[in-house]
Design a protein around this ligand. Structure first.
Ligand code: DGJ
Length: 702
């Protein structure tokens, strides 16, 4: 039998089979196998029906190539001036790394070399794959498709859970059956996009949020992408993800190489929530916090929905006073502060302070904010230019465009060509000049349109290079201002992905702050990303993007799931709402240590949705009623996440309720369930549970 090569995580294993020739075969990726697992017969053994199969039929390998007997989707589509369309390794070398493998596949006939890197993190169980392609020929290699990774999915998989949406309505869950038709999602919007999240979860029949096999993958990339699940003839599927490439976009000169973005994947037998927790750990490893470690997530006041472009310095100073008084810790000045930015028709690109609104610059406001004990943050949208701006008038050619074609604005703006060094230099210099003089702790970095006609000055598609240049610009700012945290925003959630995560510290989840919509969207966000980077604000009622109204307590209870902020006009708050807001902010500060740890969520019958955070020994449980009850009594809520060998002291703790402690055995919480008090629609209740052997002291308090 051929040699088997295994990688082991805590809950997962993968097994490859070395072949005499060619790339190793995919034998297994799934729940953890015993160390001395006994593998069945080699995959390449007898077919169950030979029919007109090739005499040496190919099975799924780690990098299936076209044209030589593999009839499924190929991991590579490339050619040298119309030749060398087929790919198969003529020599293969496999090297072990600390947690993984480097598989070197050289095709001497096609003159193409591919190095695959696989690494299985033993703690998070997240498998990271990438491929590096080198043109070994003496003519240009034109690449149309290069998979970052290839994964096998077992035959009992039945469904793909993935996310669609639009601006102000992101993370709309889609559930597609898996069949023989290729499941394909492609994003051509130039940035991660609101409507095609680069990731999905594949489940088997009977898998639930908390039990059963779930296979999840995500492409760490902020640009165009392709993700495909392709039936492979033995009942299984292969899952590929990679860059989306426009024609001619990726051409490698002789000797040139390209490395793909990472494809991150994980598997859990604790359902799709188990996969989410694995991802949370891996994402946390990617974040580069100022000072090396996350500080408790400070409560924001963001000026956008309360003030929009109406920047009046005296009013903002008064707002800062009020914000500090209610417990806000970071004051973020959103869009509207720079030269002639009075609405969204003009000024993007002109990165200097508006002298009418701020006669002495931003420093007095920033200093006032600092003197009140808050941090100061500022909004920017570097990659954009309005045709009505000094920058565009001076450099119309700096916007991405195709010569001879009309330019298409969106929100009255065009996209700057960051691949031109002079453009990135201008942005770095002009924005640095503004922020260098400020006591700045935070930048909110926005991007409010899709890319079209994204050609560089030579007419070649520049989507991929634009994304790389965006990462470079972020790196420059991080290096120059290492103490500054950055929020990734793109009209809300248009650029949320693990590719940008090493450069940012928070995502603005959506421009929709309607708490009912947010409940659903936040579920999607938390499938891949941890709660501490999920920007979630208490907005106003009615919500600006939906027109729906919910009570402030419900809005606050939903916002407390993530990194809390307030985004409303404090001047309009009634005295009692202001007093309540103070209590909610204090509540968040008390519990943020638990809120930003492990999470679980689910839905029960009769319109109840729940979210829990902390650890199996100590947790906060939020129970939300999204609809009026259709029953006379609510059934107890079963809690699958509590540690199974403990007794719990459980207490209702939402602001305004100092509940009595009730004792529950874990088995009762698991199977019998927690009693839920009567709740009207769009209300929330919050419980704290702590295992008795922890001495009853709440550990999660910050
Ligand atoms: C879109 C963002 O998502 C909003 O939060 C706000 O920053 C606006 N842009 C400002 O133009």
């Amino acid at each position: 039998m051929n040699e088997l090569i295994a990688l082991r995580g805590t809950q997962t294993s993968l097994v490859l089979e070395r072949q005499a020739q060619g790339a190793p075969l995919w034998r297994y990726w799934g729940p953890r196998l015993a160390d001395d697992f006994a593998a069945g017969p080699a995959l390449a053994d007898e077919p169950c029906f030979k029919g007109f199969l090739l005499d040496q039929p190919l099975r799924l390998d780690v990098f299936p190539g076209a044209g030589l007997g593999w009839f499924g989707m190929s991991a590579l589509e490339a050619h040298h001036e119309g030749r060398d369309f087929a790919f198969a390794a003529t020599t293969t070398a496999i090297e072990r790394t600390e947690n993984g493998l480097i598989i070197q596949l050289n095709d001497a006939v096609a003159k193409i070399a591919v190095a695959l890197r696989l690494s299985l993190d033993p703690v998070s169980d997240v498998l990271t794959q990438s491929s590096e392609l080198t043109n070994m020929g003496d003519t240009t290699l034109d690449v149309q498709w290069l998979a970052s990774g290839v994964l096998p999915l077992p035959a009992n998989c039945t469904q793909v859970r993935h996310y669609a949406g639009r601006h102000a309505n992101e993370w709309v869950l889609q559930e597609d059956p898996l069949g023989r038709a290729t499941w394909l999602r492609e994003n051509r919007r130039g940035l991660t996009s609101h409507d095609t999240f680069p990731g999905a979860v594949v489940i088997a029949d009977g898998t639930t949020a908390h039990a059963g096999p779930a296979y999840a993958a995500h492409l760490a990339w902020s640009g165009n992408h392709r993700q495909a699940i392709d039936w492979i003839g033995d009942g299984r599927w292969q899952w590929q993800m990679g860059l989306g490439l426009a024609p001619g976009e990726l051409r490698l000169a002789p000797g040139e190489s390209i490395t793909t973005p990472d494809m991150l994947a994980t598997c859990s037998i604790q359902g799709w929530q188990g996969a989410a927790r694995n991802f949370h750990q891996a994402m946390r490893d990617r974040i580069d916090w100022p000072g090396g470690a996350m500080e408790p997530r400070s409560v924001h006041l963001n000026t956008w929905e309360g003030y929009y472009f109406d920047h009046d310095e005296a009013a903002l100073i008064a707002l800062a006073d009020r914000a500090a008084a209610i417990g806000i810790e970071r004051f973020v000045l959103d869009d509207g502060w720079f030269h002639r930015r009075n609405d969204d028709t003009a000024a993007l690109g002109d990165w200097w302070c508006d002298a009418d609104k701020y006669p002495s610059g931003l420093l007095p406001l920033a200093q006032h904010v600092r003197a009140l004990g808050m941090e100061f943050g500022l909004w920017i949208e570097p990659e954009m230019v309005n045709p009505d701006s000094d920058l565009y008038r001076a450099h119309p050619d700096w916007a991405l465009h195709i010569a001879g074609r009309a330019m298409q604005t969106s929100r009255n703006q065009l996209v700057l060509d960051l691949t031109r060094p002079e453009v990135s230099d201008y942005l770095f210099d002009s924005i640095s000049k503004v922020i260098a003089d400020l006591p700045l702790a935070y930048l909110k970095w926005d991007h409010n349109r899709d890319l079209v006609a994204a050609a560089d000055s030579t007419g070649r598609a520049a989507y991929r290079r634009q994304t790389l240049a965006y990462y470079d610009l972020l790196r420059r700012f991080r290096a120059a201002f290492p103490q500054v945290e950055i929020e990734g925003c793109a009209g809300g959630g248009g650029r949320i992905d693990a590719g940008v995560l090493p450069h940012v510290h928070r995502f603005w989840t959506s421009d929709c702050i309607d708490a009912l919509s947010r409940l659903r969207m936040q579920q999607g966000f938390l499938q891949f990303f941890p709660p501490e980077v999920m920007g979630s604000h208490i907005g106003t009622a009615p919500a600006h993007t939906t027109g729906r109204s919910q009570g402030q307590a419900f809005r606050a209870a939903v916002a407390c799931q993530g990194h809390l902020g307030v985004e409303l006009d404090l001047r309009t708050l009634s005295e009692s709402d202001e007093a309540d807001l103070v209590r909610w902010i204090a509540f968040y500060k008390t519990w943020r240590g638990l809120l930003h740890r492990q999470t679980w969520s689910g839905s029960a019958s009769d319109g109840l949705v729940w979210h829990a955070a902390g650890s199996p020994q100590e947790w906060l449980l939020f129970v939300y009623r999204t609809e009026p009850t259709a029953q006379h009594f609510a059934p107890p809520l079963q809690l699958p996440f509590v540690a199974s060998d403990a007794r719990f002291a459980v207490r209702r703790i939402d602001p305004g309720h100092d509940g009595k402690i009730a004792a529950y055995d874990a088995s009762w919480l698991h199977h019998g369930g927690l009693s839920i008090p009567p709740m009207l629609a769009e209300r929330a209740v919050i419980f704290h549970g702590i295992a008795a052997d922890t001495g009853g002291a709440a550990h999660g308090q910050a």
